[in-house]
Design a protein around this ligand. Structure first.
Ligand code: 5GP
Length: 184
């Protein structure tokens, strides 16, 4: 991956907008209501997988009305450029003991499925009352492990995407939309 040299180079790599800010807002509203219905007034623990899901978490937690606590975990998937190496490391663990909680994992994107497969196994072993997975984006065509999120806001084709929390080389997380990335 080439290093970004200036703002023109930075902007030039935003190939096209795949999902607009408005589309994201609409879907989050809908999923917030779905979560409210699912838990029917029971308190939940929203667990965001850092760093990519921090923007989604900030919006999703404000779209639910059931009482909710917030937790963070850092799971790092190692990439060579835009290609997954398949190595997943939990670099920061959750501070809450999930034993007494209805846990909702909040993820940015499910690609090969390895990260969430590992995180779900780890959290299930700690015996939460229940556990569901919500992902903003799903790329089912890329799956290498058998993993299906409970709720997915958008299904996308096999493109490397940036924005709304998702990065390339730590840039682009602050874009308010999801875009396809291009090095050309
Ligand atoms: P998985 O373990 O499912 O292959 O990958 C999950 C993680 O890889 C995501 O949380 C995200 O950090 C990263 N990832 C996968 N696909 C993309 C993508 O298209 N764009 C970006 N920016 N990150 C991705």
């Amino acid at each position: 991956m080439r290093k970004i040299t200036d703002v023109r180079d930075f902007e030039g790599r935003i190939k096209r907008v795949l999902i607009t800010e408005e589309q994201i807002k609409e879907e989050i509203k809908r999923v917030g209501k779905e979560i409210d219905k699912l838990y029917d007034g029971r308190p939940i623990l929203l667990v965001s997988i850092l760093k990519g899901a921090f923007v989604f978490m900030a919006d999703l937690c404000r779209a639910v009305s059931v009482p909710c606590e917030i937790g963070f975990m850092c799971a790092k998937s190692y990439y060579q450029g835009t290609v997954s190496t398949g190595i997943v490391n939990i670099t920061m663990d959750l501070e809450q003991d999930v034993k007494d909680y209805h846990v909702v994992i909040v993820e940015d994107i499910v690609d090969t499925g390895r990260t969430l497969n590992d995180v779900v196994k780890l959290l299930k072993a700690r015996k939460p009352v229940s556990l569901h997975v919500v992902t903003l984006l799903d790329k089912p065509s890329r799956r290498v492990v058998d993993f299906t999120p409970d709720i997915s806001l958008f299904t996308i084709p096999d493109h490397f995407v940036i924005g709304y929390g998702l990065d390339c080389g730590e840039f682009y997380r602050n874009l308010p939309y999801i875009a396809e990335y291009s090095e050309e």
